[in-house]
Design a binder for this molecule. Sequence first.
Ligand code: UDX
Length: 441
Amino acid sequence: MRCAVFGTGYLGVTHAACMAELGHEVIGVDIDAGKVAKLEAGEVPFYEPGLAELVRRNIDAGRLSFGTSYDAAAVFADVHFIAVGTPQKHGEYAADLRYVHAVVEELAPRLDRPALVVGKSTVPVGTAAGLVERVRVLAPAGRDVEVVWNPEFLREGLAVRDTLSPDRLVVGVENRDGGRGGDTMREFYTDLISDGVPFVVTDLATAELAKSAANAFLATKISFINAISEVCEVADADAVALADILGHDTRIGRRYLDGGLGFGGGCLPKDIRALMARAGELGANQVVHLLREVDSINMRRRTRMVELARAACGGSVLGVRIGVLGAAFKPGSDDVRDSPALNVAGQLHLEGATVSVFDPQAMDNARTVFPTLRYATDPVDACRRAAVVLVLTEWPEFRELDPVSLGDAAGDRVVLDGRNCLDRSVWEDAHWRYVRLGTAA
Ligand code: UDX
């Protein structure tokens, strides 16, 4: 089928390339001509394993192109995916929907034949119903343009895999008894469905809320283990062993029970806040209390890490050299949006420490967000003469560091493991003092 994907950020580029890989003809549309030019040349402007190859392969096969023209997209495609960002509004919890609205305002007046508008962006429940009305007013084809909501659950670092083998496909439709939306989407995703991916058709509101609820659940699971970690710290119990024990219970499962510095990134933090804002607007206030606590447990982990660093430096970090390994919000990504690692590095810098940061992928993004930190050339450079070393993103290359040679470069051989990712005995054998979150300090 012929489709257009509006927005060439993380979600849009991945979706466009993966849909081309499934055999569809895809045009990716963005108002940023610079970004489009790069993509047309096969360059992906962010780090995502496997994506650049997929983009190039599908451009070469003639199934994928990029452009800035809404006119061209409206003529070319019958299915129009909205894949623009919905960031947190400045100074409030609610999501900023201006980019979603901008796509609809531009696109709908150009839809003069039957078409499907498919929302993929994460939006507050009720948004799609409003867009249905707007499309009715703006589109010359009127009721022949349907709106469906098809939320995206991909993880950064695993975006291609998550798009081509999702755990489920969810499609919210206007009217479950009539309309072609559900059938068109079933046909569109036929290869995935025949691979056994569950395909769930529901109403618009349930589909929108499914995405917010999934992220809220994952955030709650992470904050749950981090709240228990706080108990472990005062009770002299071991939060990692405890997570393993809980994980053996098949009702609980081990995934998203990695305690430590907590969640960050462009989705979980802003999505729980957007859900709080929307639930509050609708008068469902109890969930606001729950999610506020999830958020605050998460932010306390960053404070705790700073306290541990301070304690390791004898009560103050003023004038002290600190090595920080990790800036990305998680390994496999160069994204530093709401990154716990960069946040901790920044707080220590503001307390007067000389902070030297190394990350395998996120250096450029980190430098843009926090230009006053020192950026090292490699892990050893970051840790040179450091009073304390903080491991804040669990990149495999940090797990594999040789503590003996790192110890020769570092000052006091104190390591704080913010992600429970190092082998304690190996570091202790190399005469490091090893401290991590979730155990008595
Ligand atoms: C998340 C959702 O997983 C995805 O379904 C949604 O589409 C977008 O948001 P992503 O932000 O890419 O994806 O990251 P994810 O792998 O879920 O991790 C989020 C954060 O939680 C990271 O900062 C990670 O370090 C942290 N995390 C994750 C933990 O602290 N502990 C865990 O056990 C798992």
